[in-house]
Design a protein around this ligand. Structure first.
Ligand SMILES: [Zn+2]
Length: 365
C-alpha cells in the first residue's frame, strides 16, 4: 500500500511517488503544518488550490484537545478536519521534550504536564502509536527522545532510548492502512548517527525520519549529517527531514536525498507580519510599505499577489484584521509549495542543477 518509487534522479536528489490510502504523494514534498488539525487561517479547499498534497498535524496537541478517542469516534482525522489527501502526524515527542521543566523522562516513557491546564499525562511508545492509530493519518512516526544536537553525553542516552522505543512502537503498531516511520537521532555526531541509522533501518519501517536537526547546530553540521545519512539510509524508502523548511534547506536537503519536509515557517512568519520573497523576507509592518502599490512579490501567481497591494496588506496587519493573516499565510505557503513543485519538475526534466544554481545567486531565504 505504501509503495515508494523513485522516478528520476540527479546525483543523490530524487523525484519519487509514495502511494498512500489517500492518494499518490509526489516527492519531494513540503507539508504545511496544521498543529490543531488546521493550517492556521487556511481551509482545506485553500490548501488544495495551493497544490498542497500532504498536511502535518501534531499528536501532542490533538491528544490533549480534543483527544484521539473523540477524533476516532468522529471518523478519524481526515474526516474531522475535512482534508481528504494524505496526512502525517508527528509523535508528540518534540513538543513534550520542549516542555523542559514540565516533563520527566525515564526508560519506559515520559511523564509531562499539559501546557493547557497543568494536568499530568504519560507518553510511552505504545501510547503514542495508539493515539496515532486513533487519529488515523496515512503516515505516523515513532516516539523518540530529542536531545540538543551538540550534547554528546545526552545524545548517547537519547539514541539508546530512541532505539528501544522504536522497537516497541514497531511491535505495537497494528494499522495496515498506516505507514509507521522510524526516527534516526544522534545529533551532529557521525558515529551516533551511523549507529542510529543502522539500528532503525534494521526494524524495517515504511520510511525514515531524520530528527534532531535544525535545532541549534550550524547549517554546515546539518548538511554534513544529511550527507552521512544519505549513505546509511536505504534509497528505496522515503526520507523525511522533520521541521526544516527554508528555500535554501530545500535545495541542500533534496540534493542529499531527502523526500519529505514540514515546517511551521510560512504560517508563523505570517503571524509576525512577514512575507517570504525572493532573496529574503519582507516585514510588512515596516512603515515604508504604507503607500506601496506593488504586490508582495512581483510575478507571484498566488491570489494575494494577484489581487492586493503591499499597502493594503500592511493596513490589514496594522488594523489586526484576520484577512491579513489569511492572505499572508496564503502567499507564504504558495511560495514554498511552488518552489518544491519547481524543484520536483527540475528533477524530472534534468534541470535541478541549473535551478539550484539560480537559487544560490538569489541567496538565502
Ligand atoms: Zn504571492
Amino acid at each position: 500500500m505504501f509503495e515508494f518509487s523513485v522516478l528520476a534522479t540527479t546525483g543523490r536528489a530524487r523525484a519519487g511517488l509514495l502511494r498512500t490510502p489517500h492518494g499518490d504523494l509526489p516527492t519531494p514534498v513540503f507539508a504545511p503544518v496544521g498543529t490543531q488539525a488546521t493550517v492556521k487561517t487556511m481551509t482545506p479547499r485553500d490548501l488544495r488550490e495551493l497544490g498542497a498534497t500532504l498536511v502535518l498535524a501534531n499528536t501532542y496537541h490533538l491528544y490533549l484537545r480534543p483527544g484521539g478517542e473523540l477524533v476516532a469516534r468522529l471518523g478519524g482525522l481526515h474526516r474531522f478536519m475535512g482534508w481528504s489527501g494524505p496526512l502525517l502526524t508527528d509523535s508528540g515527542g518534540y513538543q513534550v521534550f520542549s516542555l523542559k521543566t514540565l516533563r520527566q523522562v525515564d526508560d519506559d516513557g515520559v511523564t509531562f504536564r499539559s501546557h493547557l491546564d497543568g494536568s499530568t499525562h504519560r507518553f510511552t511508545p505504545e501510547k503514542v502509536v495508539a493515539i496515532q492509530e486513533e487519529l488515523g493519518p496515512d503516515i505516523a512516526v515513532c516516539l523518540d527522545e530529542c536531545a540538543s544536537p551538540l550534547d554528546r553525553a545526552y545524545n548517547e542516552q537519547a539514541v539508546a532510548r530512541t532505539h528501544a522505543w522504536a522497537a516497541r512502537c514497531r511491535a505495537s503498531h497494528r494499522r495496515a492502512d498506516q505507514a509507521l516511520f522510524g526516527i534516526v537521532q544522534g545529533g551532529i555526531f557521525p558515529d551516533l548517527r551511523e549507529q542510529s541509522a543502522r539500528f532503525i533501518t534494521s526494524l524495517d519501517f515504511a520510511g525514515h525520519a531524520i530528527g534532531g536537526l535544525s535545532v541549534g547546530e550550524s547549517k554546515e553540521q546539518t548538511y554534513a549529517t544529511l550527507d552521512l545519512l544519505d549513505d546509511s539510509l536505504p534509497r528505496d524508502k522515503p526520507r523525511y527531514l522533520m521541521g526544516v523548511g527554508t528555500a535554501q534547506d530545500f535545495f541542500e536537503a533534496v540534493a542529499r536525498g531527502v523526500d519529505v519536509f514540514d515546517c511551521v515557517l510560512p504560517t508563523r512568519l505570517a503571524r509576525h507580519g512577514a512575507a517570504l520573497v525572493k532573496g529574503g523576507r519582507l516585514n510588512l509592518k515596516n512603515a515604508q510599505y504604507a503607500a506601496d502599490e506593488t504586490p508582495l512579490q512581483e510575478g507571484c501567481g498566488c491570489y494575494t499577489c494577484q489581487a492586493f497591494t503591499r499597502a493594503y496588506l500592511r493596513h490589514l496587519l496594522v488594523a489586526n484584521e484576520i484577512l491579513g493573516l489569511h492572505l499572508l499565510s496564503l502567499h507564504n505557503l504558495h511560495f514554498l509549495l511552488d518552489l518544491m513543485r519547481r524543484i520536483r519538475a527540475s528533477l524530472l526534466d534534468g534541470t535541478f542543477e541549473q535551478l539550484s544554481a539560480q537559487q544560490h545567486v538569489s541567496s538565502d531565504v
